[in-house]
Ligand binder design. Structure first.
Ligand code: UDH
Ligand code: MN
Length: 385
């Protein structure tokens, strides 16, 4: 009896497990599949394994002493402050290049490009950068051929020295490889006015144009590093949004009308939109305004494929003097109507310094926010600050 009962119990236990297994096996299998798929997704998003490239969001916050002022005040070229002297340092004349020679024109797409490249996160001081990038003489031009365009890279700037050092270290060899004839123009907005990114675009455009009538202007955030060398730093007939795929946003476009980060304009197209608006003080809206100006001038914004328009953004917090602009939406409402009376033709600023170093042209400006508002178009339906 006892034996029988034991056998019965053991048969019952076995059949319980068989029932359990058959009932839940499908669920367990599906759950495991889901778990594996999730893990794979997380790995793909965080490493972006495309072409084996491993990109990271670079963080360069560290306690270094700032050296921009020392670099600028001790630079051997500091006495070259007139436009003529600067032009000479850059190896330019008003309408061409000092060095003559009979070089053939560079290929439209250089032959040696490789696609994805790694962003370099190392920080070198300005003097080391001059040594590492010894071909820079305020400007760079390829030695083997004549570039099709002269390009000004305009960087709106305030107090981001570490970002500037990293950008320079990345972008100089990147553009050398692309055979770009380029000058980097850092436009520094002096304190205490609220930061005005778009106005610095206009100032960069105007000040660079006093030196030379550059063909192409690339407005470039200081914290964005290009990571695909097929993203050509040149200008076509239409303005181009160059930074569509940023690692911070998992390389996905942030919207169909996004126009921030890095954008390119030919001289003609920037003049056609009367530059950017001067009225956006603080963070946000100025890029959308510029997008509307482009559409309002019978042009379109073009983009290259996502696989090419790739950038890594240096990690940062919001800047104290660049809080969210509470007027951005009101301003956006009449962006196109305002275009002809707010921009390159109405800008007011005080240039404090214009200086060239081996690495960049430095334009230091003072912006009087009250004055800008006093002279803003009278029909603006804004409550002035
Ligand atoms: N910029 C400066 N100094 C400033 C403010 C802005 O140089 O004080 C320039 C710089 O070129 C920068 C660009 O303006 O890349 C755009 O400003 P941003 O980098 O602050 O704008 P972004 O949209 O940042 O990248 C939004 C705030 C992010 C907060 C993140 C909190 N985790
Ligand atoms: Mn940024």
């Amino acid at each position: 009896m006892r034996l029988c009962r034991r056998k019965l119990i053991s048969t019952q236990v076995t059949s319980f497990w068989i029932q359990f297994a058959t009932k839940y096996i499908v669920r367990i299998f599906l759950f495991s599949l889901f778990l594996i798929a999730s893990i794979i997704c997380i790995i793909i998003i965080s490493t972006d394994s495309k072409d084996g490239t491993y990109t990271i969001i670079i963080d360069v916050r560290e306690n270094r002493t700032l050296t921009t002022d020392t670099y600028l005040s001790s630079h051997p070229w500091r006495h070259a402050s007139s436009e003529d002297e600067i032009r000479e340092k850059l190896g330019l004349t008003r309408d061409g290049q000092l060095s003559t020679g009979v070089l053939g024109i560079c290929p439209e797409v250089p032959y040696n490009l490789s696609g994805d490249v790694k962003a370099l996160s190392s920080i070198h001081d300005f003097h080391t950068l001059e040594i590492l990038h010894a071909k820079m003489h305020g400007r760079f031009e390829p030695k083997t051929c004549r570039s099709r365009q002269k390009v000004a890279i305009i960087v709106p700037y305030r107090n981001r020295e570490h970002h500037l050092l990293v950008l320079l270290h990345n972008i100089i060899p990147f553009l050398e490889k692309q055979l770009v004839d380029f000058t980097i123009v850092v436009v520094n907005q002096a304190l205490p006015s609220t930061f005005n990114r778009a106005m610095l675009f206009n100032i960069g455009f105007l000040e660079a144009s006093k030196i030379y009538p550059y063909d192409c202007f690339i407005f470039h955030d200081v914290d964005l590093l290009p990571i695909n060398d097929r993203n050509l730093y040149n200008c076509g007939p239409y303005p181009r949004h160059m930074s569509v795929a940023i690692d911070k946003f998992c390389f996905r476009p942030i919207g169909p009308t996004a126009f921030g980060g890095v954008v390119s304009f030919s001289r003609e197209s920037y003049l056609r939109v009367n530059g950017a608006s001067n009225l956006y003080f603080g963070w946000g809206g100025e890029d959308d305004d510029l997008y509307r100006r482009v559409n309002g001038s019978n042009m379109v914004v073009v983009t290259h494929p996502l696989s090419v328009s790739r950038y890594s953004m240096i990690k940062h917090d919001r800047d104290v003097s660049n809080g969210i602009n509470p007027q951005r939406l009101t301003l956006l409402d009449n962006a196109v109507a305002r275009m002809s009376k707010d921009g390159l033709n109405t800008i007011q600023y005080k240039r404090r310094t214009l200086q060239v170093t081996k690495l960049f042209l430095w334009v230091d400006v003072e912006v009087d926010e009250q004055l800008i508002w006093k002279t803003a178009p009278a029909d603006l339906t804004l409550s002035l600050p």
